[in-house]
Design a protein around this ligand. Structure first.
Ligand code: ADP
Ligand code: ZN
Ligand code: ZN
Length: 811
């Protein structure tokens, strides 16, 4: 017997290994096995197919061992991976790399880290496991080779796998993301004192150390009331010092037990809240969605900001899980805030789990297993949650379906999670609900064609109107006062005076996006990228927003030697500073990548804002996504021109979405809110639609453009990037590639051209853009040709070092 196995690498195809007869019975599709690749690399791969025939032409090497007792993925997932690899033109190994949590991947490159908090119970370990756990305790981490040496054998994956399962070690793929299993200390009375008599005796004989006695009494009290005693709770309640506790333990009166905390255990007080009663309008939307789901597998819930889409999703989820099915609720990563999680946990308690990339691998594996068994009914997650092993998924909700972050940029698979979810739902026979206040043009088009079910919810829950939009023309201002115009400053002041809050939006971070020599016009650029450097005043440095490189602030022009730099344009940091100068009594905070590190800080700032400890929040798109603030009455879009000046076919769509979404944060409860849009292109057509909050009119305008220029949804785009450290090699390779294509495909290609940013990390970039009709046939032909020529180029003497990146349906 033979097996086709997926290895988490970008291999051109899956390879086949032999299943040795001496392996235990029951090798199944979806199980992990240890295999050797090349002469010394070992990987845990997943069995995709079991074959009875020996592959022609070579002798497969044997599988070295089986890691699992049962499959870790379902066949449906393997089918999804295969489709993704074919559609997005990557390998199944790359899909596996993205789909499977790191703990389930082991390779020669893995490092195994001791989980320090876990008490190791030597009794439960085999001899070999014991040797490794001893070594881990001394060295804290071991590589695969070290483990092989210690045990003097090559095949060590099964042992490592057991140690991971027992929580003794973790797999680390990169050196940054350290994580640990959470444990708590529980305290017990030593068995010697389990009888009343023995305990009484102990206390009667107590002579010194009254504080220890008090602590013991506190322990007994807690034990009686709580059933079990956590060390932390005991110390808090009794006010005793750690030394006193230690004394009781040393005397053998109390015993410590380290216990792994189930990270998914949620507060039991949650989950009892009933769903809110839907308003009449929401009920209509809900009924209509359910009705349309009978005939459409994909359905668009188009509800204006503040219409209460979350309530409707929750009701739909409730409906799905009543028949014991699973539901997936997908959100853009950044919108997975504590606020959203709190809201949903209130309704669904322990039935819901959260899954996103900031979680550590231990938690991810726990969720993985509980989703697989069906114990978890609802998953709330970002795009990677699509890859969990659902037991019986019947509903996928994709909130903010228009959001660009559903598309993974780098690395491969460069997949669009919304589209992939639609494919997967079809495969599983599940239903999809897409939700947005500003649907993507493609989605809305599909709804208008009746390919998708559709419902338009046009009123806000609070019965408040959508905010009123005021345009402020910055052409009439000096460069300096255009940042915060007198109109905006006035409005901020009067809003705060009414005890309301303000959000100021600017999609650039830093202080000034570039500096320019006033004498000769020279602009400091990144040494590795074709990008001007952004001044960060607080950190006192210049930074490249493409590669992250930092440089000291330049004072002398490298071209003319003069010292007369001017700062141009402005980012969030400058807005914050200018506002603090203009209105010093306000409490101002900034939310962008520079001062928000990680999920916790993000949530913390949101909570501060919710508690009204901040008057004005200045931020990038982080402040926009899905947040619901009760007291925001004014939103300022500080520089709307910057949203309109992109050379990209989606520019109007993105600008409309961004402005409408930002506006949607204003006046969500009670009063009508207000939005001030500062810009110079006051007669830009998109602005009129934003002013009226008129999505259908915007769509009618935009779909004409798309049709005229044959852009999606009237065509499909594929972008092919050629990257090389020599500009002319990248350009030649692109031309060579183009000329090799079938003339019929050639006609559909734009380029080669240099993208606006034509050098990143020292590599020059040339791009071909293929625009093909939506006939599946043409797509298949084009893909086949592309693959063929990529193969040819990869062995071409002149171009083989050119990196080629294919992006299907690019953003
Ligand atoms: P959307 O996602 O459509 O912009 P939300 O779901 O955030 O809107 O709802 C807006 C606000 O209205 C939230 O604060 C929400 O709690 C409240 N809300 C919506 N529907 C209801 C309801 N049926 N009962 C009580 N509150 C509701
Ligand atoms: Zn100069
Ligand atoms: Zn750079």
């Amino acid at each position: 017997m033979y097996a086709e196995i997926i290895i988490p690498l970008a291999l051109p195809k899956n390879y086949t290994w032999a299943i040795p007869t001496e392996l235990p019975d029951g090798v199944m599709i979806g199980m992990r096995v240890e295999v050797m690749l090349g002469s010394n690399k070992r990987y845990a791969g997943i069995i995709k197919k079991i074959l009875t025939e020996k592959p022609a032409g070579f002798n497969p090497k044997p599988i070295l061992g089986i890691l699992d007792d049962a499959p870790i993925v379902y066949p449906a997932q393997l089918q999804l991976w295969e489709w993704m690899a074919a559609y997005y033109m990557c390998t199944e190994g790359e899909v596996m790399q993205a789909a499977v949590p790191s703990h389930l991947k082991i390779s020669s490159e893995s490092v195994f880290i001791l989980n320090e908090e876990v008490a190791i119970d030597g009794q439960s370990l085999s001899d070999t496991e014991y040797i490794i756990s001893e070594a881990l305790q001394i060295k804290k981490q071991l590589s695969l080779v070290e483990i092989q040496k210690l045990l003097d054998k090559k095949s060590v994956y099964p042992i490592i796998n057991k140690l991971i399962q027992k929580g003794i070690c973790s797999v680390e793929e990169t050196m940054h993301d350290k994580y640990t299993i959470k444990v708590e200390n529980l305290l017990h009375l030593h068995p010697d004192y389990h009888t009343e008599a023995a305990l009484e005796q102990l206390m009667n004989d107590w002579t010194r150390a009254p504080k220890q006695l008090a602590l013991l009494l506190a322990f007994l009290h807690l034990q009686k009331t709580e059933g079990q005693v956590q060390q932390k709770a005991l110390l808090e309640k009794s006010g005793a010092a750690h030394a006193q506790l230690k004394a009781l333990i040393d005397k053998g009166i109390l015993v410590v037990e380290k216990r792994k905390i189930d990270r998914l255990a949620v507060d039991l007080s949650l989950g009892n809240t009933n769903l809110h009663q839907l308003s009449a309008a929401q009920q209509l939307a809900y009924d209509s969605m359910l009705e349309q789901m009978k005939t459409h597998s994909v359905n668009l819930l188009h509800g204006i900001t503040g219409s209460g889409k979350t309530q409707i999703y929750a009701a739909l989820i409730e409906h799905a899980i009543q028949s014991n099915q699973q539901a997936l609720y997908m959100l853009p990563e950044i919108a997975l805030t504590a606020q959203m999680i709190r809201r949903l946990k209130q309704y669904f308690g322990g039935k819901i789990a959260i899954y996103h990339s900031k979680f550590n691998p231990n938690e991810r594996v726990e969720i993985w297993n509980k989703v697989k068994s069906g114990e978890i009914k609802i998953v709330l997650g970002a795009r990677s949650a699509l890859f969990l092993p659902y037991h019986n998924l019947s509903l996928i909700i994709i909130d903010e379906e228009h959001d660009a972050s559903y598309k993974q940029q780098d690395p491969a698979p460069r997949y669009q999670a919304r589209d992939t979810a639609i494919y997967y739902a079809n495969q599983l026979g599940a239903k999809v609900v897409l939700g947005s206040a500003t649907p993507s043009i493609e989605t809305y088009y599909n709804a208008m064609q009746n390919k998708f079910g559709y419902y338009h919810l046009k009123e806000r829950f609070s019965e408040g109107a959508l905010p009123q939009i005021q345009i402020v023309d910055t052409k009439k201002q000096s460069e300096q006062s255009a940042i915060l115009t007198p109109q905006l400053l006035d409005a901020i002041q009067s809003t705060v005076a009414k005890n309301k809050q303000v959000i100021l939006f600017q999609n650039k971070r830093g202080y000034a996006p570039y500096m320019i020599c006033e004498t000769c016009g020279w602009i400091p650029h990144c040494k590795q990228c074709d990008v001007s450097l952004t001044l960060h005043k607080g950190k006192n440095l210049l930074s490249c927003h493409y590669c992250g490189a930092a440089y000291p602030v330049v004072h002398t022009c490298e071209a003319c030697g003069k010292q007369s730099f001017k700062q141009k344009s402005f980012g969030t940091e400058q807005i914050e500073e200018k506002l603090a100068l203009a209105l010093p009594h306000l409490r101002i905070a900034r939310m962008d990548l520079d001062n928000i590190k990680g999920k916790n800080e993000h949530d913390h700032l949101i909570q501060q804002f919710e508690r009204r400890e901040i008057d004005v929040l200045v931020g990038t798109q982080m402040v926009v996504k899905g947040l619901d603030f009760e007291h925001v009455d004014l939103v300022g879009i500080v520089d709307a021109d910057s949203l309109l000046n992109f050379n990209q076919y989606r520019v109007n769509e993105r600008a409309f979405q961004m402005m409408e979404q930002v506006s949607g944060r204003s006046g969500r409860k009670n009063d009508q809110g207000k939005v001030i849009v500062q810009l110079s292109q006051t007669n830009h057509p998109v602005i009129d639609f934003v002013k009226e909050h008129d999505y259908p009119a915007f769509y009618a305008f935009e779909i004409k453009n798309r049709k005229h220029f044959a852009y999606p949804p009237f065509s499909r785009l594929m972008s092919i990037l050629f990257k090389h450290k020599e500009n002319h090699i990248a350009e030649e390779a692109a031309n060579h590639f183009l000329k090799s294509l079938d003339p019929m495909i050639q006609k559909t290609v734009m380029g080669p051209a240099q993208p606006i940013i034509n050098r990143i990390r020292n590599k020059y970039i040339w791009e071909l853009c293929v625009k093909i009709t939506k006939q599946p046939q043409q797509l298949a032909i084009a893909k086949k040709q592309l693959l063929h020529f990529i193969q040819l180029i990869s062995v071409h003497p002149r171009y083989k070092s050119v990196q080629i990146i294919i992006d299907i349906d690019p953003n």
